[in-house]
Design a protein around this ligand. Structure first.
Ligand SMILES: [Fe+2]
Ligand SMILES: [Fe+2]
Length: 186
């Protein structure tokens, strides 16, 4: 944790840096509510978007360098790789060894079936941090406090609706994750 102000310097974009800090703080609060490790989600929140401002070319080069398998869809839309690339940077360059932290960074954009508590919290914190504004965000913030899986599903639905509206690509992993939580949420 001592390094986190240094890690923030990895963001060249001021807005992105402030977003990362707000995600970390939101994740820390959610961790306190849901009994997760506050430090882990804070660190993942700080680092989750360190590759978000990479160009498509940089993301594809980094993916190749780190041995990340790239699908045709991701080659067409490299921004989808910014989570996996950020996790590899955290591991290889920042020496973050904690698997929960790395996985939460990796999964923060696309989600995944059977996410860890830390991953769920970082995914949600990214969706509901105080800088985010969209219809029903108030309800989502409320839901995140007491029903984590329902909030996760609602956040996925809202993300998917946004992509549908924008006629953007929806990654199969996101669909797979949503189906999983529909089948498995209580
Ligand atoms: Fe992101
Ligand atoms: Fe983010």
């Amino acid at each position: 944790m001592a390094n986190y102000t240094d890690w923030l310097k990895l963001y060249s974009n001021e807005d992105r840096k402030n977003h990362a800090l707000r995600v970390a703080e939101t994740a820390e609060k959610l961790a306190a509510t849901h009994g997760a490790d506050k430090d882990k989600v804070f660190i993942a929140g700080i680092l989750h978007d360190i590759a978000r401002d990479y160009s498509g070319k940089q993301l594809l080069e980094s993916a190749e360098q780190f041995g990340i398998a790239v699908s045709d869809l991701e080659r067409h839309c490299p921004v989808l790789l910014h989570g996996p690339v950020a996790a590899k940077i955290a591991d290889a360059r920042l020496h973050i060894e904690d698997k929960d932290v790395l996985q939460a960074i990796h999964q923060h954009t696309l989600a995944a079936p059977d996410m860890s508590l830390a991953s769920k919290i970082v995914y949600l914190a990214d969706a509901i941090e105080p800088g985010r504004q969209f219809n029903s965000i108030g309800e989502l913030r409320e839901l995140a406090r007491y029903k984590l899986d329902s909030a996760l599903l609602a956040a996925m639905d809202s993300g998917i609706s946004y992509l549908l509206e924008k006629k953007e690509i929806i990654h199969p992993k996101t669909i797979e994750a949503r189906n999983y939580y529909i089948l498995n949420s209580s």
